[in-house]
Design a protein around this ligand. Structure first.
Ligand code: HEC
Ligand code: HEC
Ligand code: HEC
Ligand code: HEC
Ligand code: HEC
Ligand code: HEC
Ligand code: HEC
Length: 392
């Protein structure tokens, strides 16, 4: 890097920055430049809660999902194929190399082209039109890829704590098509690093990691004691004691394995610690608010099926928490009919179609982002506009 590098301009200069910026660069090359910038954590978001497991437990109480395999083989095998087992990756494990290496993406708003590279240290991206000599690293990939994968980089903030840079480009759908990350549209650049992505405050970074991993400790820019993905212990709590007891044949005390004894309401709220609950929303709880479609627990808690069924409707009425989500409408319609069949007469059944087609009419897929649709869990009668009629 020479003294005219744009990286030295415009980035909330502090003394620390100058020292941090030059030394590593001389020693290690240009990718490091970005990691030694001190970025202003501009975005302030209200802090909501992390999953209970991450919040309260000690890291050493976690044993990892593989430790369950010897005794709970079926849950472990099924879970390994589910979206929960694919929520967080380090990019240096090579998983994304073939999809990303050599690829280019032209930013439709800013006109510049991102170039992607894979190497032993993980992925990196360049913007040759702006920064001819510098590559920006991409440390982690979040999301299974069914809908999308977004990349995150840890850099030091002005106060020394790590902030996250959420990359401007994400990969969408099973074909991993690059596109602008949701919420990055129209985003202005106020400091150099924002050419590559949005600055996520230390608090928000911890929330991303809290929902997408089972446990981790953040030391400076490093994640240690990382159990990636939503593992068994994300829902059942740390299980070291259970495993030790079971190995020693001390039957009777399975303390800490919470999920099994949740009531419907408790379960919806617990799944909602990640899938979002009404009290975590930043937008209004209204029937025609399309943003709510992403948040299954919010919809379920509003629906008459939950409110009028005396605790009989929960997430596990329709989803096996250990299996990949079923994409078969019939699987779900069987569940609807367990409460809405024409017989017995005390159940409320559908006058329009009493046997089939329930999901398409009452839980349609709604586009939440161009090219990304999700099922609306606010089960209700919809108006002629097809989607968001008021609840009756
Ligand atoms: C050495 C064998 C063994 C290992 C390893 C083991 N379990 Fe278990 N687990 C058992 C047995 C046996 C039971 C049934 C105990 C009972 O019903 O009292 C059980 C029960 C459970 C239950 C149901 C609890 C309930 O209240 O009915 C859950 C949930 C569970 N285990 C989760 C886990 C998780 C998560 C792991 C890995 C982190 C794990 N187990 C590792 C043997 C094991
Ligand atoms: C620790 C956070 C966390 C908890 C707790 C959690 N989830 Fe998830 N869940 C996720 C994330 C993250 C994804 C996204 C995976 C992806 O990118 O496709 C997900 C995906 C899913 C999917 C789609 C899975 C697939 O195979 O494509 C279903 C269904 C689901 N969760 C249901 C539940 C239910 C039911 C519960 C409660 C019993 C629950 N989740 C609890 C974080 C969580
Ligand atoms: C409160 C928990 C929570 C937080 C915080 C969180 N996620 Fe997620 N994330 C989820 C869940 C649950 C899903 C799956 C369902 C959905 O899409 O909402 C998901 C899905 C995703 C996906 C897959 C695409 C998609 O929408 O299904 C990506 C990519 C992603 N998250 C990235 C991030 C990033 C980056 C951050 C931080 C800026 C973040 N998440 C913060 C819970 C969370
Ligand atoms: C998304 C949350 C979630 C994850 C992840 C999860 N479980 Fe469960 N698990 C549950 C819930 C909820 C129940 C209660 C099932 C019910 O009510 O039908 C349960 C029940 C169980 C049971 C009791 C028997 C049964 O199948 O109902 C065992 C054993 C178990 N889980 C083991 C595991 C193991 C091992 C893993 C990791 C491979 C795991 N679970 C991952 C939520 C989860
Ligand atoms: C655990 C039982 C249960 C399940 C499962 C269930 N429902 Fe319901 N649902 C109810 C109850 C109870 C009501 C309220 C009926 C009344 O008005 O008395 C209701 C109401 C409804 C309504 C009317 C909503 C309104 O606002 O008036 C629709 C539409 C509906 N359910 C569709 C479905 C569909 C579609 C499924 C499957 C995806 C489903 N339900 C699954 C119990 C259930
Ligand atoms: C009445 C049945 C029903 C209940 C109850 C239910 N879901 Fe679903 N869920 C569905 C259907 C239908 C789909 C769409 C499956 C498909 O893509 O074909 C779905 C899909 C999902 C997905 C994947 C979204 C996507 O498009 O990839 C997630 C995540 C999810 N549900 C979470 C939850 C959570 C969390 C709860 C509890 C708060 C819950 N669901 C309760 C029926 C249900
Ligand atoms: C073609 C679209 C369509 C299909 C398919 C469909 N519904 Fe409906 N459903 C409606 C409409 C429209 C209403 C409102 C009817 C009215 O108010 O007269 C309704 C009403 C209902 C109600 C409220 C009944 C009441 O009297 O309050 C329930 C419950 C319901 N549907 C459940 C189901 C179930 C379960 C299935 C699948 C077996 C299903 N629906 C299939 C469109 C559909």
């Amino acid at each position: 890097m020479n003294s005219k590098s744009p990286l030295q301009r415009n980035v909330f200069p502090t003394r620390k920055l100058v020292v941090g910026c030059l030394l590593p660069v001389l020693l290690l090359g240009s990718v490091v430049v970005w990691l030694s910038l001190h970025v202003q954590p501009a975005v302030r978001m209200p802090v909501s809660r992390l999953p209970a497991s991450t919040r309260e437990a000690r890291h050493e109480d976690y044993v990892g999902s593989q430790a369950c395999a010897s005794c709970h083989a079926s849950q472990v095998n099924q879970h390994a194929r589910s979206g929960h087992a694919r929520t967080f990756y380090r990019t240096d494990d090579g998983r994304f190399d073939s999809q990303v290496d050599g690829r280019q993406f032209k930013d439709p708003e800013r006109g510049v082209t991102f170039h992607y590279h894979a190497g032993p240290g993980g992925l990196s991206v360049t913007l040759p039109e702006r920064f001819p000599d510098d590559a920006f690293p991409l440390h982690f990939g979040l999301g299974s890829g069914h809908h999308a994968i977004s990349f995150m980089t840890l850099v030091p903030g002005t106060d020394g704590r790590a902030v996250g840079i959420e990359h401007r480009v994400s990969l969408f759908g099973e074909d991993h098509e690059p596109g602008l990350t949701p919420s990055h549209r129209g985003q202005a650049v106020t400091q150099e690093v924002e050419h590559f992505g949005r600055v996520r405050s230390p608090e928000l970074l911890d929330r991303c990691l809290g929902c997408h991993t089972t446990t981790y400790r953040r030391e400076g820019l490093k994640l240690t004691e990382l159990q990636p993905h939503v593992g068994c212990e994300s829902c059942h709590g740390p299980a070291r004691r259970h495993v030790e007891q079971m190995q020693h044949g001390t039957i009777g005390d399975t303390l800490g394995l919470t999920a099994i004894s949740w009531t419907a309401t408790e379960q919806i709220r617990r799944c909602g610690e990640c899938h979002r609950r009404p009290d975590m929303l930043e937008s209004p709880l209204e029937p025609d608010n399309l943003k709510l479609v992403r948040y299954a627990p919010v919809g379920i808690l509003q629906t008459a099926c939950y409110r009028k069924s005396e605790g009989r409707l929960s997430c596990t009425t329709c989803h096996d928490p250990h299996r990949p989500v079923s994409r078969d409408a019939q699987h779900y319609e069987t569940r609807c009919l367990s409460c809405h069949s024409a017989e017995p007469a005390q159940q409320v059944s559908c006058k329009v179609s009493s046997q089939k087609g329930c999901i398409a009419c009452h839980m349609p897929q709604v586009e939440v982002h161009p090219g990304m649709s999700m099922s609306d869990h606010w089960i209700r009668v919809r108006g002629a506009d097809g989607l968001m009629s008021k609840e009756r």
